[in-house]
Design a protein around this ligand. Structure first.
Ligand SMILES: [Fe+2]
Length: 448
């Protein structure tokens, strides 16, 4: 057991780290290319929703961040384009709604730019020592850039979901769920566990440092809440009963006129949904998705339960009650594979409830990683001993009660940007993200 009670694989050689970086950068670029080649240039420059950037902004922003961090900071190189270009792609200078009116690089210029950056980065990687400087230690900043591109791939997929028009994306269906199903709720025994990490070389600042947290015994749903479960809440008039709603959420539901998950509509007796340009009957056995935090919170109250705290979620996902160790993933320390978790946009939606038994936690809880991001009850905050790294704007400026934490990654998140410690955050009204939830409840005295 390491000092932080975490089992971690041996540190890989520098050559292995470089190979991994190339692999992760290449996979990210294949995804970016697929998502941006799927539509014509007119659709790349158009804004499909005021919530999102035009896809061509994401495209050049990906390259610009890669140039700033890797070529200029690590490599000390001169800018590839006039420096006025940098501010166009600075997310803090321009809200998404304003980005279409900026003098952006056009699709051809954007593609040429990101490809120029990438070929220079591969060259730089070969010459860069991966030890001795914090930014490049263990390949950190190269990994951060691969994660960044994959996070934009998820954002770009959300733009595709908001886009109107004929379908342009296709992927095989996710695997079916096996017949054997875990009990609906599983008891997670009381006791401390190690939350966060100080050891994972590519962990971001908000995942650090590792620290011991005491968690009382609680019951957690063994699978995410399904569309069928959620339809029971709808059928019971859940959206019209203020008893179930946080007061701010109730106000929001009235003002925004919410009556079902985003992209759902009623037709006769059926609920239909639109997904990536196709309209279909809502499948009952899929995790519910495109609900905001307030909807998740209201459902949980209606069901006599609550959302798990972030610490509860992470303990369920990483703690092995048998050994006392904390793992990187529910299944252990090895990377995610296609039989363990639905990640990386291999499929264009979550798998049915109960799928991926090979990815279950030691207690048998399934689908914690992949499928849908899971809302937790927790506000986004720094861990004890938090230090901003490598820049304040990555996490620290978002700490506070405005943002709720989501865990576990979705089918649209890549494995490089998804760990048992990985933290996502968003406003509690957000619905275009690929988010669902599962419920928890306190254990009674004497249980666990
Ligand atoms: Fe970004």
């Amino acid at each position: 057991m390491t000092p932080e009670h975490q089992t971690l694989p041996d540190a890989p050689s520098d050559d292995a780290v470089r190979n991994r970086i190339v692999d992760d950068l290449t996979r990210a670029r294949q995804r970016t290319t697929l998502l941006t080649d799927a539509v014509g240039d007119d659709e790349l420059v158009r804004q499909h929703s005021r919530l999102m950037s035009p896809l061509v902004w994401d495209l050049a922003h990906i390259g610009n961040q890669e140039e700033l961090w890797l070529l200029r900071d690590v490599g000390g190189r001169d800018p590839l384009l006039p420096e006025t270009v940098d501010q166009l792609y600075d997310a803090f200078q321009h809200p998404r709604a304003d980005r279409p009116s900026l003098p952006l690089l056009d699709p051809t210029e954007s593609r040429r730019y990101i490809s120029d950056v990438r070929s220079r980065v591969i060259d730089l990687l070969e010459r860069t020592p991966l030890r001795g400087r914090p930014l490049t230690e263990g390949g950190f900043v190269f990994g951060m850039i691969a994660q960044h591109e994959q996070q934009h791939a998820e954002t770009m997929l959300a733009t595709h979901q908001l886009r109107r028009g004929d379908p342009v994306l296709d992927a095989p269906l996710p695997p079916a769920a096996p017949d054997d199903r875990p009990p609906a709720q599983i008891l997670v025994p009381a006791g401390p566990f190690t939350m966060g990490t100080s050891a994972h070389p590519w962990a971001l600042d908000n995942e650090r440092p590792a620290h011991r947290v005491q968690v009382d015994a609680f019951w957690l749903d063994s699978v995410p809440v399904s569309n069928a479960d959620y339809q029971d809440f709808l059928a019971d008039g859940g959206y019209a009963d203020r008893r179930w709603w946080d007061p701010v959420g109730w106000e929001h539901v009235q003002r925004a006129g919410l009556s079902a998950p985003l992209f759902w509509r009623r037709e006769g007796r059926d609920w239909l949904r639109r997904r990536f340009g196709r309209t279909e009957v809502v499948p009952p056995d899929e995790p519910v998705m495109h609900v905001c935090w307030y909807e998740a919170d209201a459902y949980a109250r209606w069901a006599g339960r609550r959302l798990p705290t972030e610490a509860e979620w992470e303990k369920a996902a990483r703690h092995d009650p048998g050994s006392g160790d904390t793992r990187q993933y529910p299944w252990g320390n090895d990377d995610a594979t296609a039989d363990r978790a639905n990640l990386g946009q291999d499929h264009l939606g979550p798998a049915p409830i109960g799928a991926y038994p090979a990815g279950a936690s030691p207690l048998g809880i399934r689908q914690l990683i992949g499928d849908v991001w899971e809302w937790t009850s927790s506000d986004f905050a720094g861990y004890p001993g938090f230090a901003p790294w490598p820049y304040r704007e990555y996490s620290e400026v978002f700490f506070g009660p405005e943002y709720k934490v989501l865990r576990g990654g979705s089918f649209a998140a890549d494995r490089v940007a998804c760990r048992g410690t990985f933290r996502n955050w968003d406003y509690p009204i957000r619905r275009q993200i690929f988010a669902g939830f599962r419920c928890a409840r306190d254990a009674a005295d004497g249980e666990g």
